[in-house]
Design a protein. Structure first.
Length: 315
């Protein structure tokens, strides 16, 4: 039986998504730390990762990588084929530890890594058996200008601008889009320099937080959903404050002509208020980990995750 599924994990305030195909597994981001992601891998009896993609070097996206690397470094039965991450000039203890660990593990042939992540890293999408991974951004130009550089001599790039944009297809059709903390500038770059593909499910950039000014934030919410034709929007992170997701983002999405279903992994007061105003509605709050099912007759569903012992996909 197919094991295929895409899991948007509850890692607290952060991002981590596991894509499980019939012949390979990929981790996109690893949450803020501790062992949440590692325990999830162990509970699913996953002993090999075809790749790990780290969208950018914010702690809430890569802190949990340390535990996964330590597992691969000390347990010969657990393998990571390759790790992709863009360089980051900012100085942090977590980033320094990961950079050192990657260097040492490659030196000892435990795994390999690439300090580049963009549309040019694969000649063809990475095949996981029934589903595949493509990278839509950032472009070579944006990576060349790096954090703090001015994009085409105008706007300054941030770490969020350089977030990798990961597109997952299933059965040849779009399945889910994972854009990290992408902001309005990074979206513009990816839209200009890659073939933008539909995705029924969108893990909204930056946990639904602001993407610049009020106008830039509203514009990104409108434009990215128009580009992906997404029917489901997932806000990762805890969501306990009105910062993630922002009222600006939620209201911009609710103003679309075709309103997607809004799901928040944490308990968002903003989404809770809107749900109360709109009930009955398809939006859901405080869902915890979510499972994105493979398309059935062209329809993708997002359901609340249940442990492996009760999960029919894993029986």
């Amino acid at each position: 039986m197919s094991r295929m599924g895409c899991y948007v994990l509850d890692v607290g305030q952060g991002n981590a998504t596991l894509i499980e195909g019939n012949s390979g597994v990929v981790l996109v981001d690893a949450g803020p730390g501790k062992t949440t992601v590692l325990k999830f891998l162990e509970s699913h009896n996953i002993t090999r990762l075809s790749a790990i993609f780290i969208s950018h070097a914010d702690k809430d996206h890569l802190g949990g990588l340390l535990a996964v690397l330590a597992k691969a470094d000390t347990d010969a039965s657990f393998k990571i084929d390759h790790i992709y991450v863009n360089p980051d000039s900012r100085d942090s203890d977590v980033w320094a530890d990961i950079a050192y660990q990657l260097q040492e593990m490659e030196r000892r042939n435990v795994t390999t890594y690439s300090p580049q992540l963009g549309p040019d890293i694969f000649e063809h999408p990475l095949d996981l058996g029934g589903c595949s991974i493509s990278v839509l951004g950032p472009s070579k130009y944006m990576r060349l200008r790096a954090i703090g550089g001015k994009y085409q001599g105008r706007r300054k790039q941030s770490a969020n601008s350089l977030s990798a944009v990961i597109h997952v297809a299933c059965g040849g059709a779009g399945w889910i889009l994972l854009p990290g903390d992408l902001d309005h500038l990074g979206f513009s770059d990816a839209s200009k320099n890659a073939t933008w593909q539909p995705a029924p499910v969108l893990v909204f950039p930056h946990h639904g937080g602001r993407a610049g000014s009020d106008e830039q934030t509203r514009s990104l919410a409108h434009d990215i959903v128009q580009a992906t034709a997404s029917e489901w929007i997932v806000f990762s992170g805890r969501g306990e404050t009105s910062k993630f997701p922002s009222p600006l983002v939620v209201d911009a999405l609710l103003a679309l002509s075709a309103i997607p279903s809004l799901l928040c992994i944490g308990a968002s007061p903003v989404l809770a208020e809107r749900i109360a105003q709109l009930a009955p509605c398809p939006h859901r709050n405080a869902t915890g980990t979510l499972l994105v099912l493979p398309p059935t007759n062209g329809i993708v569903k997002v359901i609340d995750y249940t442990p492996p012992t009760a999960n029919p996909l894993l029986n």
